[in-house]
Design a protein around this ligand. Sequence first.
Ligand SMILES: *Cc1c(COP(=O)(O)O)cnc(C)c1O
Length: 394
Amino acid sequence: MKRKSATRAATELVRAQAARSENREHAEALFLTSSFVFDSAEQAAAQFAAPAAEYVYSRFSNPNLKTLAARVAVLEETPAALCTASGMSAILSAVLGICRAGDRVLCGGEVFGATAQLLSNVISKFGVRVQYVFGGEDAWREALKENAALCILETPSNPMLSILDIAEIAALAHDKNALLAVDNCFCPWAQKPHALGADLVIHSATKYLDGQGRVLGGAIAGAEELLHEKIYPVLRCAGPALSPFSAWTISRGMETLPLRIKAHCESAAALAEWLQTAPQLEKVLYAGLPSHPRHALAMQQQNNMGGGIISLQIKGGRDEAWRFINAFKLFSITANFGDAKSTAAHPATTTHSRLTPEHRAACNIGENLVRLSIGLEDLEDIREDLARALAALD
Ligand SMILES: *Cc1c(COP(=O)(O)O)cnc(C)c1O
């Protein structure tokens, strides 16, 4: 990183980039190279022996990954960050780095479907005991009566938009010497889990950080020592390395993150308010609405921003939910969110379809649930498309 002046975070997200080459390029250069050359055998040996090698091989490090990691650290107000190939490999690497056989991992019951799959079907094969915590802080207090190595939670959760008190759960976890990892996928920029006590902040950079649905990526932010002693060794030898091209692409996305988040949140807040009047809906789930049971906590934790995702419980079941989704002309039917384009998904049959029916029921993910990611199109065009979908239910 070239500039070291104490600029503010939004400036840093626009300006952070690798040192300029002798070609004086303005935008950061793309370092599509699998390895780096040395002047001598001695230099190669010294670099391989160094605990945190500079540039040796792109599985270990790469200039484009280094600038993306620096941007994520700025975003999350953490001393350091690491990049991974996807959000899932960020979660995998964090668990592999921290836990050993016999350890107990507590995971919020309301998490991304693949997170539960990873813990239940893969991690648990290696003797790590996984327990899901359904409910709020009281359920976490109960679960933390017994020691745990790692706690993982999402707030707002995918797709129910439930809110958990990060500071309170961090204190409960730290009482038992457990680390807390918060998946901050739904609320980047607005919410700073590390400042609230989380040890690790995990991202699927695929979502808002890229912001245009182009590439997969992930990141883990936290204290330098924790990342470099526990998690970097996993990345270095296991190889869930992010491609330099994807890192470069996500870094470009992050230049506009603060502006995009503000726009996503403003449109979502206006639409959530309006959707509450729709007679075809049973309930509008959105933490920015005063009707949300944890509205006050969400506003405090999320810097007064409700986020860009709204979930709807439609009157009826799967037929009605699918009819609603199929009526869209603007919204894309796709699993991704955090995109400039508005998207819609039916979690029970897509993103959360592989959960056990019991797990899905415990999260209240019903057949009538539709998850909307509000994009950056003109607000009135999005509203018209929603009105069209609602009319299909009449
Ligand atoms: C998408 C998502 C992930 C997984 O990220 P990928 O980049 O798709 O691997 C993890 N957590 C949450 C909350 C997500 O929405």
